[in-house]
Design a protein around this ligand. Structure first.
Ligand SMILES: C[S@@+](CC[C@H](N)C(=O)[O-])C[C@H]1O[C@@H](n2cnc3c(N)ncnc32)[C@H](O)[C@@H]1O
Length: 277
């Protein structure tokens, strides 16, 4: 008999910004869409949304846009488990959640350096085992500068079957949107990065313009869009809707900028926007 497939309710490896807490609302929302639609997860991140769509609708085509190369981390999961097993042994006499000092710290660094010399190391996952909660680094050099804490998890990571049935691609969301926008019955999953402040472990830095550009993919399409009140994007759209004609108050204006310096190394840009007809 075929064993029942595991449905992941959290990403198998740590991923900042995963929609774990939204699944409770996301799954019932999916029931409004067809089981045979094409689902395109434009900002796939950890793939958690794609995975859950596929679990609910096994016959649907689900495209997971793995822009961050999360699959590389998944492919290296055995290696990561091995390092963590060794770190567990090194830290067995250290108090849980407390600082790791002296020779314990040296041994942790030594083990990781050894792994780094051999090839790929998943620093994001290791971070969640030895750094203060929510702190992530991406390289050995960055790790060396951090204070360590003993937050090693007791069980190994497991991603068996996580990507099964998904079509994995890696592209800018704009390119992917162009490819699918005219297909029949497409549903776009749209979960862009947070505005610049929280882009910590992602590859890029998101400005307001990037954030607003994403709104183009919502125009006349079926979608599930995620945002937060921090970005005020919905409030902004509602405000724009009350304006006639629906255009920016800056349309047709001209911008001039002036760089100013304050003291030794601080500088800022003055912007003047003007309109004359
Ligand atoms: C909020 S996260 C998505 C989280 C995902 N829904 C999950 O549950 O794991 C946004 C993702 O978009 C990615 N990203 C950034 N720029 C992108 C681009 N131009 N095209 C596609 N993805 C991009 C980020 O690297 C990040 O992985």
């Amino acid at each position: 008999m075929e064993s029942k497939k595991k449905i992941f309710t959290t990403a198998p490896l740590p991923f900042m910004g995963q929609k774990r807490k939204f699944l409770k609302q996301f799954k019932p929302a999916l029931e409004n869409y067809s089981p045979n639609a094409v689902y395109v997860d434009l900002f796939g991140g950890s793939g958690l949304l794609s995975h859950n769509v596929k679990a609910l609708y096994p016959d649907a085509k689900v495209v997971y846009n793995d822009f961050d190369n999360y699959r590389l981390r998944l492919e290296n999961i055995d290696n990561t488990n091995q390092i963590i097993t060794d770190l567990r042994a090194i830290l067995k006499d250290c108090v849980k959640d407390k600082r790791v000092l002296g020779s314990y710290r040296e041994s942790v660094l030594k083990r990781i350096k050894e792994a780094d010399k051999k090839g790929y190391v998943d620093y994001i996952t290791l971070s969640s085992s030895i750094l203060f909660s929510m702190k992530y680094v991406q390289s050995y050099e960055a790790l060396e500068k951090e204070t360590f804490y003993n937050c090693i998890r007791q069980s190994n990571y497991d991603a068996t079957g996580y990507l099964d049935g998904l079509e994995v691609v890696s592209a800018c969301y704009k390119e992917l949107f162009e490819k699918y926008k005219n297909e029949d019955d497409v549903v776009f999953l749209v979960d862009p990065p947070y505005l610049s402040t929280e882009a910590g472990t992602y590859k890029s830095y998101w400005k307001l313009k990037d954030y607003l550009d994403v709104l183009n993919v919502l125009d006349g399409t079926k979608y599930v869009y995620f945002t937060s009140n921090k970005s005020s994007i919905i409030e902004l759209c509602e405000w724009i809707e009350t304006k006639t004609p629906m255009s920016s108050p800056f349309r047709g204006s001209t911008t001039a900028t002036m760089n100013a310096t304050m003291g030794y190394n601080a500088s800022y840009t003055d912007i003047m926007v003007y309109k004359y007809d």
